[in-house]
Design a protein around this ligand. Structure first.
Ligand code: CO
Length: 134
């Protein structure tokens, strides 16, 4: 069902500082910051040979990562994203198995212009899981 790890997302309180850490201290290739109002975040992609790291900073008053940063003020790992071939088929299979899909259950367009869904962390060992159809 699962394909490659597409990205690991890290919520950060200061996107410019986190970008500098990855670019200047760790020597990684990083993207320009991209505002995603639909998702309530501004994101920077760290491009690694086998996957991406997404640095997420809250955008707007209702950001879904605001509460996470209140609990983790210096930032922290927020979710892991796995690639799938058919997001609707995977969603229906997981729902039938009792897993909870967040939101209205319908895929949204993610940061890479592809359909994404999020799965409840309580059903996946305390980790928020994102699925991306590639
Ligand atoms: Co993500």
């Amino acid at each position: 069902m699962l394909g490659r790890v597409n990205h690991i997302a890290i919520a950060v309180p200061d996107l410019a500082a986190a970008t500098s850490t990855y670019r200047d201290t760790l020597g990684a290739r990083v993207s320009q910051a991209q505002a995603l109002p639909e998702h309530g975040v501004t994101v920077v992609f760290v491009e690694l040979p086998n996957a991406k790291v997404e640095l997420l900073e809250p955008l707007g008053a209702d950001s879904p990562i605001a509460a996470f940063l209140e609990k983790n003020p210096s930032g922290g790992m927020h979710h892991i994203c796995y690639e799938v071939d058919d997001i609707i088929a995977v969603r229906d299979q997981l729902k039938a198995a009792g897993a909870r899909v967040l939101g209205d259950g319908n895929p949204k367009t993610g940061a890479h212009g592809k359909p994404v869904l999020f799965l409840h962390p309580k059903d996946f060992n305390g980790t928020l899981v994102e699925l991306e159809q590639v």
